[in-house]
Design a protein around this ligand. Structure first.
Ligand SMILES: [Zn+2]
Ligand SMILES: [Zn+2]
Length: 300
């Protein structure tokens, strides 16, 4: 690679420029890109988001653009995160979303059952969601990434996280099952404060990704029909009961003609107790939706 700061004299500099021109096939644009790439690398070396250790740059600018083998669990997270975290930080646990889990809420089971099984909560029948599925469990590198993404506005992480949630979609949903994707909306004031809706950012490329993988050609993303009308504080330190109370009547369908008779896939970042998703699902079902499923990046 041509490094202009290493050229010790004019003639040396000229020689290096000529060599680079030849290597890049005589393309001036190639040369300019190389020069700017080198300056950029020098000024902004890649650092691990978590521990700040310098990390080796891979050939491609964004490791999340690597061809993704959604069926392979081995190296799946390493490939997605290697331009954002060092190997040690990536090596924190990564747990794919895999059976055995509750057929409805996705809660992890310790034992494999031969038949489809519901957890105790879902057997009580209070969950109106048809099924909750995810790309991963909420732990290790996925949990850290969601925190960096959401609370520290590291928006570049939307790319690896979209691959994880997309894995959940293609593994657990088949085309006639869903018609419309609705990212769980934020209240207008929250959206202004955060500047983005994390649930939308991880699905905004879905149409392109689905086309590439040749499935779900009719799937629409609807950002207008469901609104969050109640300002709710953080749920983090609330009990399951308090969470339910906190989000009560938080959602309103404003375009019911677009919801009626539709099979909806609600998208959120994390599914914890499900209070938020269940409240949104209840509102969608009251407005005539045929069914509501939930897809998240990670289930606790
Ligand atoms: Zn690190
Ligand atoms: Zn359950």
């Amino acid at each position: 690679m041509f490094r202009f700061w290493q050229a010790d004299s004019k003639s040396n500099l000229l020689k290096q420029i000529t060599t680079t021109l030849i290597r890049t096939g005589g393309s001036l644009i190639g040369l300019i890109q190389t020069i700017f790439g080198s300056i950029f690398d020098l000024l902004f070396p890649l650092k691990c988001m978590q521990c700040q250790k310098l990390i080796a740059k891979t050939n491609q600018k964004n490791s999340a653009d690597y061809p993704v083998d959604y069926k392979a669990d081995k190296n799946f997270s390493e490939n997605l995160f290697k331009n954002y975290f060092c190997p040690e930080c990536i090596a924190q646990s990564y747990e794919p979303f895999k059976p055995p889990f509750c057929k409805r809420c996705g809660k992890k089971f310790q034992h494999n059952f031969t038949q489809n099984h519901f957890c105790e909560d879902c057997l009580k029948g209070s969950n109106v969601i048809r099924k909750v599925r995810a790309g991963a469990r909420y732990t290790g590198i996925v949990k850290e990434s969601i925190h960096f993404f959401k609370y520290q506005k590291k928006l570049a992480l939307a790319r690896p996280l979209e691959k994880i949630i997309f894995k959940g979609l293609i593994e657990y949903f088949k085309p006639p099952e869903i018609d419309v994707i609705i990212p769980v909306p934020l209240h207008a004031s929250k959206l202004r404060q955060r500047g983005f809706n994390q649930s939308f950012l991880v699905v905004k490329n879905f149409k392109k990704m689905l086309e590439k993988n040749n499935i779900f050609s009719q799937l629409e993303i609807d950002l207008d029909s469901l609104k969050r009308v109640k300002k709710t504080g953080s749920q983090t330190n609330f009990s399951p009961e308090q969470r339910k109370e906190n989000v009560k009547n938080a959602f309103k369908v404003v375009k019911s003609e677009r919801i009626k008779d539709k099979k909806i896939l609600l998208v959120d970042d994390v599914y914890t107790t499900g209070a938020t998703s269940m409240e949104a699902a209840a509102e969608l079902l009251n407005s005539g939706a045929l069914s509501v499923d939930v897809l998240v990046i990670a289930v606790v």
